[in-house]
Design a protein around this ligand. Structure first.
Ligand code: BT5
Length: 248
């Protein structure tokens, strides 16, 4: 993929900007990067705190040639790319929490938000990635569950170079996107995800859906990326979207 990067000092949300560009026909590979976001978005109307120069805030326009049922794999594929970036560049051992969080030391260092847009050129998907680089103080409501690269690598934090990290991330993103679109791509992404996530199987979790919650043990992923959770009564839940929390 050829990446064209548009840079902003400040923007509401790189995903919103990329969606706007996609609706106007932007080609695959257009990338929006901002030094800060004033209205960074998470899933379901939540926000992504994005102080200036404290993180990487990036969104990529994709025009995937994938069957609709495999589109959720774009989120899993992006998480694999983030995980590889952090492990290869900084020697970290990240975990992936289904579906869109990358964790280091069980805390969230990165979140992914994939959103679709219709355009005259067909369906586009924007994949937004936020990675915390330099924050050490997070707002109280998620201070206990968030971390940054600076916290994770401690004294080596002088090594954090945003542009190098961005370059590595785009390299892994391109690699795994190519795999996903190739022959047996969905299986390969599921396999790569399984190797990088302790949530794949045997994890005791609580799952919160729009209409309630339940607990169970994870039992792999469906071909389209949905999480399989075995309940205590022996029934299997297929979770397409929801919030998963590890139980101890
Ligand atoms: C996400 O949502 O994790 C997706 C985040 C995607 C952010 C990127 S940045 C570039 C692009 N442009 C955008 O506007 N968005 C994307 P979700 O799973 O819903 O998690 C959101 C929750 O994470 C919030 O409700 C907070 O509890 C927590 N949170 C917010 N900011 C955080 C941060 N910087 N680090 C860790 N946790 C955070």
């Amino acid at each position: 993929m050829h990446f064209t990067v548009l840079r902003f000092d400040s923007i509401d949300s790189t995903n919103s900007e990329a969606l706007k560009e996609a609706r106007q026909g932007a080609s695959e590979g257009l990338c929006i990067v901002a030094r800060r976001q004033t209205a960074g978005r998470g899933r379901m109307g939540r926000s992504w705190i994005s102080p200036a120069d404290a993180g990487l805030y990036l969104s990529v326009v994709l025009r995937p040639k994938l069957d609709t049922k495999y589109l959720p794999l774009l989120t899993l594929m992006a998480a694999v790319a983030v995980s590889d970036t952090l492990s290869e560049t900084y020697g970290l051992n990240p975990d992936i929490k289904w579906p869109n969080d990358v964790l280091v030391n069980e805390k969230k260092i990165s979140g992914i938000l994939a959103e679709a847009a219709e355009s005259p050129a067909g369906l586009a998907v924007v994949v937004g990635i936020g990675i915390n680089l330099r924050q050490t103080n997070f707002p109280p409501d998620f201070a206990g569950t968030a971390t940054s690269l600076a916290e994770a690598i401690g004294e080596r934090k002088a090594e954090i170079e945003t542009s190098a990290l961005e370059e590595q991330l785009l390299r892994f993103f391109d690699y795994w996107y190519g795999i996903l679109q190739g022959e047996s791509g969905s299986e390969e992404i599921l396999n790569a995800w399984r190797q990088r996530s302790t949530y794949f199987s045997g994890k005791r979790v609580s799952v919160t859906l729009e209409n309630g919650s339940f607990t169970g043990i994870t039992e792999g992923l469906e071909p389209g990326g949905a999480l399989r959770v075995l309940r205590a009564d022996g029934s299997l839940a297929i979770v397409q979207s929801g919030e998963v929390r590890q139980l101890r």
